[in-house]
Write a protein that binds this ligand. Structure first.
Ligand code: URP
Ligand code: ZN
Length: 461
């Protein structure tokens, strides 16, 4: 069992959905179901901080997406409620709360903000009070249904978040450059999916990361960088963290497992997401970022589309391939195989990356993210000797392909327990339909960075 930095043999008693005790040889109360998971690794429930189960047109809704999550050992997800241009931010959150009723795992909401009208800015405080405490802005333009906003709008939103205590997030790719490079590629005849990669080179991400962080610094708000994909972007994060800025970063399993060679394959369209998957050198640097603590979380950015839609839409204009890939069900086995089994990170590091860190960063640390008496009995049990064959047939997402069709991953999720209930066993659904909305607290990102730096220093001694 992974308890903070320690891996110990222990019993865990859960009563009424809450961890009641952890110790050796606990006597189960009368009538208590006993699960013997000898030989398995018991982790605090995995939190996927970045999924899209309500994205219009994408294949998974809350029912199928959260089922996939549960079967992959994920006990909580953070989903994005989207304010489409011209719509009301609070109403978008209400709409997503209603969609979340179909969730099989617990869920919190980030909100995507697409304007800085007085009405939207005035709603931010109320949303934070309702437990929606993180707000994403898109720096892209043509991508994602025109959600992109300009720097002045972003600064206005960030200033308000600084006062209200909200966490700013941004999709960091320079939209003007992406559009210009795309036009140029198409003019030169580069029409297929490889054009997606070339239209979004690393500097397009790094420039936007740098600008978003500069705006967050000017506004005085904390900043979470989702789906960091490049070494160049990581260098920006490392530099500002050295200066003490409250910035935390997330990368994705696909950036840690795959390289841009995928865009030269026949099925290249299946790997189109933004930002695109980068080079082997970028991948090595992202792993290093996880090790050094410059990257704190791994989110799947689960947002899949069937391969038929992707190929039909984009083979002679890569801009028309819908952006987004599957990933929540394979997040844990990918990290276990490529991180723990390959000796790059320890089990305790993995538990921190997939559970403790996202809980603390997103204001859930009081009830999620560690196996501690009083916390929710959210538990992920991984059989280290098992294997996961991540083909579309074995996975639960509502699509026809997987990013890892030709691989076998090490480790198999044996049990997923949400507030004491088994929601998946042996990678198959069990007692589903019990997900709850997670109102989140305002988080202290500077405190999180200080605590992680201290615990890294202690474990180095
Ligand atoms: O390509 C991606 N990542 N699609 C999902 C939406 C987003 O930009 O996060
Ligand atoms: Zn996303």
């Amino acid at each position: 069992m992974v308890l903070g930095d320690d891996v110990v043999h222990a019993d865990l008693l859960a009563v009424d959905g809450t961890i009641a005790a952890i110790g050796s040889a606990i006597d189960p109360p009368l009538g208590c179901a006993v699960l013997d998971v000898g030989g398995c690794i018991v982790l605090p429930g995995v939190i996927d901080p970045h999924v899209h189960f309500g994205w219009p047109g994408a294949a998974d809704d809350f029912a199928t997406g959260s089922l996939a999550a549960a079967c992959g050992g994920v006990t909580s997800v953070l989903e994005f409620a989207v304010q489409f241009p011209g719509t009301d931010l609070s109403e978008s959150v209400d709409e997503w709360l209603a969609l979340g009723r179909a969730s099989h795992v617990d869920f919190g909401l980030h909100a995507v903000v697409s304007d800085a009208t007085p009405n939207t800015l005035a709603q931010l405080d109320a949303l934070i009070a309702r437990g929606v405490t993180s707000f994403k802005m898109f720096m892209t333009s043509q991508h994602s249904g025109g959600l992109g906003i300009n720097d002045a709008t972003m600064l206005a939103i960030m200033r308000r978040l600084a006062v209200a205590g909200g966490l700013a997030m941004a999709h960091c790719e320079n939209g003007i450059l992406v559009d210009a490079l795309s036009e140029q590629l198409l003019d030169e005849g580069g029409r297929g999916p490889l054009g997606h990669l070339h239209s979004r080179p690393p500097f397009v991400e790094a420039e936007a990361v740098s600008r978003a962080i500069a705006l967050a610094s000017a506004a005085g708000c904390s900043f979470y960088l989702p789906h960091l994909s490049s070494a160049m972007g990581l260098e920006v994060v490392e530099a500002v963290r050295c200066r003490g800025q409250a910035v935390v970063a997330e990368t994705c399993p696909q950036f840690l497992a795959l390289t841009s060679d995928v865009y030269e394959q026949d099925d290249a369209a299946n790997f189109v997401m933004s930002p695109p998957i980068k080079s082997a050198d970028d991948q090595a640097r992202l792993w290093h970022g996880l090790l050094s603590g410059a990257i704190s979380t791994v989110g799947s950015d689960h947002c899949p589309y069937p391969s038929s839609t992707r190929h039909a839409n984009g083979l002679d204009d890569f801009r028309r391939i819908p952006n987004g890939v599957p990933g929540t069900e394979t997040l844990l086995p990918v990290l276990f195989t490529l991180g723990v089994r390959s000796g790059l990170i320890t089990l305790a590091d993995m538990a921190c990356i997939v559970s403790t860190n996202p809980a603390e960063i997103f204001g859930l640390g009081h009830r999620k993210g560690s196996l501690t008496p009083g916390h929710d009995a959210d538990i992920t049990v991984l059989d280290p000797e098992g294997t996961t064959v991540p083909s579309a047939d074995n996975l639960h997402s509502d699509i026809d392909y997987s990013l890892y069709d030709d691989r076998t991953l090490q480790g198999a999720v044996a049990l997923t327990i949400v507030r004491g209930q088994i929601v998946a066993q042996g990678g198959q659904p069990r007692h589903t339909g019990r997900g709850q909305f997670l109102p989140r607290e305002v988080s202290d990102i500077s405190g999180f960075i200080r605590r992680s730096a201290l615990s890294a220093a202690v474990s180095r001694q």
